[in-house]
Design a protein around this ligand. Structure first.
Ligand code: PGA
Length: 251
């Protein structure tokens, strides 16, 4: 797969701000002549989804959802339908972000969501990563492998299905500190091994690993230059259009 840079706007921008920001990114990307081989994805809030979809129409920018529900339709008060998202132009879905896991999303739910996302023909971006305590106790390899096994339980992607796994050490998200790129490389090798362990159909080339956690314009290349890392999931540094476009250029 080509390199991918994903902006996760979380709950940081309102509808008007999201639409304005999307238009600015669209204009700056065109001016900056970013290499066509880089996939650029925006994950707006659900309320801003339609406005952002309209703002980026006829551009190379793609849309991701920050989450979604496992069912398409029915009596599920407050949930978000994958087929509705697809109709609005969504192509990727973030699943199991650490901020959602902190609110109670379990490995089992993550697995159900990954299955639902693949079934409807979208690409899941599965977030995995250890907490500070896990790392202090030197359990990060085990924790991340376990998360990958659970997320991909009974899932073997077909040749036409893609999966992205975002390695995000929970303890650096939003802190302005990244981990040593060598450590990110090590963890992506751990993830890669976990994928090989459970993959039967051997379409492991359809599963890509990216890095997330305080990625910024001045450190992004340290990660994307690694053979094992295909891109970045970006929170804070995606909240200003010029900064985000600089980050993409530097990647
Ligand atoms: P951050 O967020 O770039 O602000 O650390 C990353 C994420 O939460 O995916």
């Amino acid at each position: 797969m080509k390199k991918i840079i994903i902006a996760n706007w979380k709950m940081q921008l309102d509808v008007a701000e999201s639409s304005k920001q999307a238009k600015e990114i669209k204009a700056l990307i065109t001016k900056a002549k970013i290499d066509k081989s880089t996939e650029i994805v925006i994950a707006p809030s659900f309320l801003a989804f339609d406005a952002v979809a309209k703002a980026i129409k006829r551009s190379r920018l793609k849309l991701a959802a920050q989450d979604a529900f496992i069912e398409d339709k029915g009596a599920f008060t407050g949930e978000i339908s994958l087929s509705d998202l697809k109709k609005l132009g969504c192509e990727y879905v973030i699943v199991g972000h650490s901020e959602r896991r902190a609110l109670g999303e379990t490995d089992k739910i993550v697995n159900q969501k990954v299955k639902a996302v693949l079934k409807i023909g979208l690409t899941p971006i599965i977030c995995v990563g250890e907490t500070y305590d896990d790392r202090r106790e030197n359990k990060q390899d085990f924790v991340v492998m376990h998360q990958v096994y659970q997320a991909l339980h009974n899932i073997d992607p077909g040749s036409d299905q893609n999966i992205i796994i975002a390695y995000e050490p929970v303890w650096v998200i939003g802190t302005g500190q990244t981990i040593n790129p060598k450590e990110a490389h090590h963890m992506s090798m751990v993830i890669h091994q976990a994928i090989i362990d459970i993959s039967e159909r051997h379409h492991i080339d359809n599963i890509d690993i990216i890095y997330g956690g305080s990625v910024a314009p001045d450190n992004v290349h340290e990660f994307t230059k690694l053979r094992s890392i295909k891109g970045a999931l970006v929170g804070n540094a995606s909240l200003a259009a010029d900064k985000f476009v600089k980050l993409i250029k530097n990647s």
